[in-house]
Design a protein. Structure first.
Length: 1148
């Protein structure tokens, strides 16, 4: 990417490096500069002189620079080194040979190539060359010769070049100098390829690699390793506290050539190299980049020219406005003196080449205009060695006489109780008052030829006295010219010595005492009063040019008659608007008549008040300002509702009413005959209004308007509901889904209806309801003939009531009732209904809209019939289906528990729904399945605890609710069997209980509903034996022993008959058994064959009677030969038979 650094940025860079103070001239601190000011009084008290003095030590700045050039002298610079050398030499030319030093170094060449892991590939190079072209020197010519000696060739060992330059500088710099700044400038045109061991390291094991178009020794060069060393060496320079500038002439045509980095340059090598070089610079903006050698060289020259261009040492001192420079001089070391240049309001002094030492600059300035407030006199700056140093601004205090140094006039007026004001109000027509006129004579008053002080009063005023004094209170010896007819005063001020200079800064005060002329017409005074009073301004006439003062006024004391009205009721006193608490409440109009100070001017004075027709007048009385009753005869017209009182004269005049105040109190109330409709009209007007009048010579003066507001009844809406067995309740519980019910809405309109523009009765029913009928009646039950608007889609009922005589006043005090017959719509799903049940019912509010402002009713509700949850349980085995007790045919027979969960319709508000079944420990759980009423499988994962035999299914919510379960029935099937490890004894325990029991639960928010109990009867039976004599069954045989064998011949029990011949087996699983007699009763023969029996659910108890025959011989008693002989005979016979058998085999 082409990235040309701007000329401005490069200029800024070098300005920062070589002249740090020049970058922020205005921000340089004050250094060893003292600036003082002295103010001197002059003959003129208005315009002063100021003398300033600046002391400073010269020079102010001695910053020195060491400039170290680290020049890339690799082979790629051969064609362009001339431009670079020229640029570097021009840079050197900008330095100060007295203070600055230069060092010139270069680097080039390499030893050879190394491959992967440092494998030596060859030693083809001459070795790295780091050359000190010119040591650290003040001799700028020697430095330029060093630059000329740079001869480009071969590799780019940049890291070694930086390392060498730092080492050389450290060796030659000498002692540290805090006033010296060191700057390293690295100039390169290529990517560093030689590392500090002198070798070019490859990422392959060959010197040249195929770039895709040519063989290149650079293509696989380890540029990251080489640049890493470069960055390290650059950091070493910065760690020393030195500044580092990196300049990269990026010749892309060469660097991206096929035998160089080719396609890798733009892709990776170039960006990486630029990033490293930029990061090495002390500041990012100190990285100079260009891809054109001529442009690169030009920018270096331009930059250095700007940086090293010495602005002349000088001083600039700015004198601020309204000041004139009279003189400036300088004294310096060894008695030297000079005069800086004065150019209007600026003093400049060329300090170039001035000797070191202490200097003092003295300047004098004079004010050109009076200065009332503190102000800036002078400030500026020095330029010393390209750094700017501020000269502190000095200020002068304001001139306390300045306020008197401008020509102006100010005027005030005073009466008996108001002093030096601009507007005075007299207490009486003959009250005296005084005008005070202050004349200020400015500093330039002497230029005038004639000065006249003049005051022209209005001709209705009498001039009683005048006086002119100076600021010390001494009377000025000038005789005024007073014209009584025109009411004017003129003072002609004389000159002194043919001039008015003596008046400059002086102050005269003229006082004129006056009063209103006797006999002045009242109407004339009224005209002045209407304009804000009797006006007056004074003048100072300067050569026929008048300067006028501010205006002051005097207001005559005329008091016009006034009428003010208030009203009082039981809880409000003297208010302009009273609100009655009750329609029959009495109230009083209070009319205050202030007659002013001119009642004698009138021939007739009448007090009058016209009340509204809706009011009754109950009483009238008049009192004076002391509260004493005035004996007058009011005329009360009950038809016109008018109260009139004509006041009498005394001694032929109304003078006795001067400054008097009468108050007329009229007690009133709303007439009983006033209708609600009439009252409503006044409420619409914000009350019953009233104004009183004072008739002066039949000309009315009208009072303010006051109001009595009748008690306002606010509109109310009340709602109830009625069904078949509940009437006008707030919550009705339906018996069935199809039960009809009626919403009853009472609309009380209040009495503030007259001003309404629109009245709407509205009721928005829930979507789940059908609207069957709407009816509107008044308080007497009479039907109001209106056509309701019913929106079956939104379930909105709306009735807009009509106006009568273009008003709703007729509704005042009325109550209408709207009846809305309704029912739950047939299409409403159980889930929809469930949501309303969860919220306590189907809600409804009605609204009364007055001009679209709603008044809402209370909320009434209809509660749909609630279905409670139920759980029913049955069991099915191979031959029995959905029974409460199933009898198994075998221990291994599988069976299924069937649990029907009916959720009811009150599910929407539930937080958790769990189906649960706890089986007995003796059972195995083989399979669990949950289906809906249609047999569709519900996708849930039951939790089966094999240890506790508990099955739990927590049903999920849908749309964060269980409303979807309303009206649903789910069936859980649990396939089970008796566990193989269950012993007969364990199973038998359940037989005693009538079977293996089970109950299921439906848990709503941890509240369980339990099913009925179903049982599985285990396949257990028994055998009951009865042993009898074969010939006489009444003979019961004792001590017969029987062995019970299962179908596999395994003994499962032994029983012995008792004295009653009875023997009962232990519990036996259903199946086929053999009963084998193994010991017969004494004297009886054993049964020859076992008896086979089968125990089933139909024959769980097998009762068998076994008959035994008596033996043909008697069995000896105990102690006789017994059976032993029989055993002996049997054994003998067996031996004989065996011998005969073997002899016969030998004969064969």
């Amino acid at each position: 990417m082409k990235k040309n650094i701007s000329v401005f940025l490069i200029i800024l860079l070098f300005l920062q490096l070589f002249s740090p103070g020049l970058i922020s001239l205005a921000a340089s601190p004050v250094k060893n500069i003292d600036h003082k000011l002295q103010t001197k009084e002059t003959a003129s008290m208005c315009l002063r002189e100021h003398e300033g003095q600046i002391n400073f030590q010269w020079p102010l700045n001695k910053k020195k620079v060491d400039f170290v050039i680290v020049q890339d002298a690799s082979g790629s610079f051969k064609g362009s080194i001339g431009s670079v050398k020229s640029a570097l030499k021009k840079i050197v030319d900008q330095l100060d040979p007295q203070n600055d030093r230069v060092m010139v170094t270069s680097y080039q060449d390499y030893k050879g190539f190394k491959g992967i892991n440092g494998q030596l590939l060859n030693n083809s190079g001459p070795g790295v060359k780091t050359i000190l072209q010119s040591g650290l020197t003040h001799n700028l010519g020697a430095a330029k010769q060093g630059i000329d000696r740079i001869n480009p060739n071969s590799g780019t060992p940049t890291a070694s070049g930086l390392q060498f330059a730092l080492q050389q500088y450290e060796r030659e710099k000498g002692a540290d100098d805090p006033n010296r700044e060191t700057i390293f400038l690295l100039v390169t045109d290529g990517v560093a390829n030689v590392q500090t061991d002198g070798y070019i390291h490859k990422l392959s094991n060959q010197v040249s690699d195929w770039s895709g178009r040519a063989w290149s020794s650079e293509y696989a060069q380890d540029y990251k390793g080489a640049l890493g060393e470069v960055k390290e060496k650059g950091q070493n320079i910065k760690n020393k506290g030195y500044k580092l500038v990196t300049a990269f002439w990026e010749n892309k045509d060469t660097l991206a050539a096929a035998d160089q980095y080719y396609d890798k340059y733009d892709r990776e090598v170039g960006p990486y190299s630029r990033n490293i070089l930029e990061s090495m610079a002390t500041k990012p903006e100190w990285f100079v980049l260009s891809n054109n050698i001529e442009e690169f060289s030009k920018k270096l020259i331009e930059t250095v020219t700007q940086v090293t261009k010495k602005e002349k040492d000088k001083m600039i001192l700015d004198i601020y406005k309204n000041l004139q420079v009279d003189d400036v001089k300088v004294s310096g070391p060894n008695g030297m003196t000079t005069k800086p240049v004065i150019n209007n309001s600026q003093i400049t002094w060329d300090l170039e080449g001035q000797p070191e030492g202490n200097y003092t600059i003295t300047y004098k300035v004079k004010e050109t205009t009076p200065q009332l407030n503190e102000f800036n006199v002078a400030g500026g700056y020095f330029i010393s060695y390209d750094e700017k140093f501020e000269i502190p601004i000095v200020k002068a205090q304001g001139n306390p006489n300045a306020s008197n140094c401008s020509t102006d006039i100010t005027k005030k007026v005073s009466d008996s109780d108001e002093k030096l004001v601009e507007a005075a109000s007299l207490k009486a027509l003959d009250e005296k008052f005084t005008y005070d006129v202050n004349f200020n004579f400015g500093y330039d008053v002497g230029k005038n030829h004639e000065i006249v002080l003049q005051d022209d009063l209005e001709d209705i005023l009498d001039i009683l006295d005048t006086k002119l004094v100076n600021k010390n209170g001494d009377e000025v010896a000038v005789t005024p010219v007073i014209d009584k007819g025109k009411s004017s005063v003129v003072y002609k001020i004389p000159q002194k010595d043919g001039s008015y200079d003596y008046l400059a800064g002086q102050q005269y005060k003229l006082t004129i005492t006056a009063k209103i002329k006797s006999g002045t017409n009242i109407e004339v005074l009224k005209q002045f009063i209407s304009k804000g009073g009797i006006p007056n301004t004074a003048q100072m006439v300067l050569d026929d040019k008048p300067l006028e003062s501010n205006k002051v006024t005097v207001t005559p004391p005329i008091e016009e008659p006034k009428v003010k009205k208030t009203v009082s009721d039981s809880d409000e006193t003297d208010v302009e608007k009273a609100t009655l608490l009750d329609r029959k409440e009495k109230f009083t109009w209070n009319v205050k008549y202030e007659f002013g100070n001119t009642p004698s001017a009138y021939d007739s004075i009448v007090l009058q008040d016209d009340l509204e027709d809706i009011l009754d007048i109950l009483d009238v009385k008049v009192v004076n300002k002391k509260g004493e009753a005035i004996k007058v005869e009011p005329k009360v017209d009950q038809i016109l509702k008018r109260v009139t009182i004509e006041l009498p004269k005394k001694d032929g005049s109304y003078t006795y009413l001067t400054d008097e105040i009468y108050t007329m109190h009229i007690t009133s109330k709303i007439a009983d005959s006033a209708s609600n409709e009439e009252i409503a009209k006044y409420i619409a007007k914000d009350g019953i209004p009233n104004k009183a009048e004072l008739l002066l010579d039949h000309k009315p003066t009208t009072s303010n308007e006051v109001y009595v507001k009748p008690p306002t009844e606010k509109p109310k809406v009340n709602k109830t509901v009625s069904d078949q067995d509940e009437k006008e309740v707030e919550k009705a519980i339906l018996k069935g889904k199809n039960e009809e019910f009626i919403w009853n809405v009472d609309y009380k309109f209040g009495n503030n209806t007259a001003k309404l523009e629109k009245v709407v009765l509205q009721d928005d029913l829930e979507d789940i309801l059908d609207i069957l009928e709407v009816k509107l009646v008044d308080s007497q039950g009479k039907t109001i003939e209106v056509t309701p608007k019913i929106d079956e889609k939104t379930k909105r009922v709306m009735i807009e009531l009509p106006k009568k005589d273009n008003s709703y006043a007729y509704l005042a005090g009325q109550t209408y009732t709207m009846y809305i017959k309704s029912k739950i719509t047939d299409t409403a799903s159980t889930e929809e209904i469930a949501k309303y049940i969860a919220n306590g019912g189907i809600p409804n509010k009605a609204e009364l809209l007055f001009d679209n402002n709603p008044t809402a009713s209370n909320e009434a509700k209809v509660v749909p019939p609630t279905e409670k949850p139920e759980v029913n349980k049955t069991v099915s085995d191979q031959d029995e289906k959905e029974v409460e007790n199933a009898i198994l045919q075998g221990k291994n027979e599988e069976f299924t528990w069937n649990i029907d969960y009916k959720f009811g319709n009150d599910t929407a508000k539930l937080k958790k729904v769990v189906l649960q079944d706890d089986l007995e420990d003796i059972l195995d759980i083989l399979e669990v399945k949950l289906v809906d009423a249609q047999g569709k499988v519900i996708e849930v994962t039951p939790k089966v605890d094999e240890k506790t035999k508990q099955i739990v299914i927590e049903l999920p919510k849908e749309n964060d609710s269980y409303a979807y379960l309303a009206g649903q029935t789910y069936t859980m099937y649990i396939k089970s069997k008796i566990t193989d490890t269950a012993s007969t004894e364990e199973i038998t325990k359940y037989v005693a209980k009538g079977g293996i029991p089970n109950k299921a639960k439906l848990v709503f928010d941890n509240t369980p509903t339990t099913s009925n109990e179903a049982k599985v009867v285990p396949p257990i039976g028994k055998v009951e034996l009865e042993k009898v004599d074969a010939k006489n069954s009444d003979v019961k045989l004792e001590n017969a022993v029987f062995q019970i064998l299962d179908k596999d011949g395994k003994e499962v029990g032994i029983v012995t008959t008792d004295k009653n011949g009875k023997a009962i087996s232990g519990p036996l699983l259903f199946g086929t058994y053999k009963i084998k007699e193994i010991k017969a009763p004494n004297g009886y023969m054993l049964l020859r064959d076992p008896i086979e029996v089968e125990i089933t659910s139909k024959t769980p108890i097998q009762k068998i009677q076994v008959a035994n025959e008596k033996s043909d011989w008697n069995i000896p008693e105990t102690g006789g030969i017994g059976t032993t002989i029989f055993y002996a005979i049997g054994v003998t016979l067996m031996i004989i038979a065996t011998i005969v058998f073997f002899r016969k085999r030998k004969s064969y």
